[in-house]
Ligand binder design. Structure first.
Ligand code: GDP
Length: 279
């Protein structure tokens, strides 16, 4: 039995919780990565709930921490919609670029991808393979070349081809944080010489723990993140980190990744997510 149902059953049955039960609930909440602040608040609210409305009360407490920002994709009504995807290496950024492009293509729109993670040769190859598979054009430059110039070439191509969407992959090596942030700002600036970047999506690995909150803070202060792609939700992680990020930074989760294939990508469903944390 999952944490939530065990907890509800106990409240309903006994109307009181032994100290050891509270400790167990606390450690399970911490293990879900929602973080110490939310855990404390949830426990306080749980101590007050009455048996007959326990489910609603706990769901309401968690839901109140979700971002109230719109989760709808931002589009450009006047031309190509430009989406930049940023995130730390290994979080699933390149895979998410491909899945997102595939989804856009399947909706009937014309999409071009710019393979801007020029520092990781494998990322460019990975995207070219994906591009061939999903039938999407991938613009790439020289290995170790300037990511901003690849993004600019992609933008020019998208404008000339009157593409509906341009999705830009970016570098994610974090060994020098300020260099990376400067570079991402430059990519955005250079692309915006032609057309505004409408959406900046940040990939966060659901298994990453509290570190994800730190990543979200750094990226959002550098490039103004408009939404999160929560990846690897198919693993054992409950992905509580996303709630911690929404609660602290109000950035909405827009998409989830649940595996390695193209179809393992979907809009974020807040209700299902909250139930998943406590399931
Ligand atoms: P990047 O370095 O951030 O661009 O990360 P990649 O896109 O190369 O992904 C790193 C690894 O995570 C690859 O093996 C991907 O196949 C895998 N991956 C990406 N998204 C998901 C996901 O939603 N679920 C699972 N299980 N694996 C994923």
């Amino acid at each position: 039995m999952g944490l939530f149902s065990k907890f509800i059953a106990k409240i309903k049955g006994e109307n009181s919780f032994a100290p050891a039960d509270w400790q167990e609930l606390e450690s399970e909440l911490l293990a879900s990565d929602i973080g110490p602040t939310l855990t404390r608040e949830l426990l306080e609210s749980a101590r007050k709930v009455k048996s007959e409305n326990a489910e609603e009360a706990l769901i309401a407490t968690l839901t109140s921490h979700l971002s109230t920002e719109s989760r709808l994709p931002i589009t450009n009504p006047d031309g190509t919609t430009v989406i930049m995807v940023v995130g730390v290496n290994g979080t699933g950024k390149t895979t998410s670029v491909a899945k997102l492009a595939g989804r856009i293509k399947n909706s009937g729109a014309i999409v071009i991808v710019a393979a801007g993670d020029t520092f990781r040769a494998a990322a460019v190859e990975q995207l070219q393979t994906w591009g061939a598979r999903i039938g999407v054009e991938v613009i790439s430059g020289k290995a170790q070349g300037d990511p901003a110039s690849v993004a600019f070439d992609g933008m020019k191509k998208a404008r000339d081809a009157k593409a509906d969407y341009l999705v830009i992959d970016t570098a994610g090596r974090l060994h020098n944080k300020s260099d990376l942030m400067d570079e991402l700002e430059k990519v955005k600036r250079v692309v915006e010489k032609i057309s505004p970047v409408n959406e900046v999506l940040l990939t966060i690995d659901a298994t990453t723990g509290q570190n994800g909150l730190e990543q979200a803070k750094i990226f959002s202060s550098a490039v103004g993140v408009t939404g999160i792609i929560l990846t690897k939700l198919d693993g054992s992680a409950r992905g509580g980190i996303a709630l911690a990020i929404e609660s602290a930074l109000h950035i909405p989760i827009k998409w989830i990744g649940t595996g390695e294939s193209e179809s393992d990508f979907a809009p974020f469903d807040p209700d299902a997510y909250i139930l998943g944390i406590l399931a």
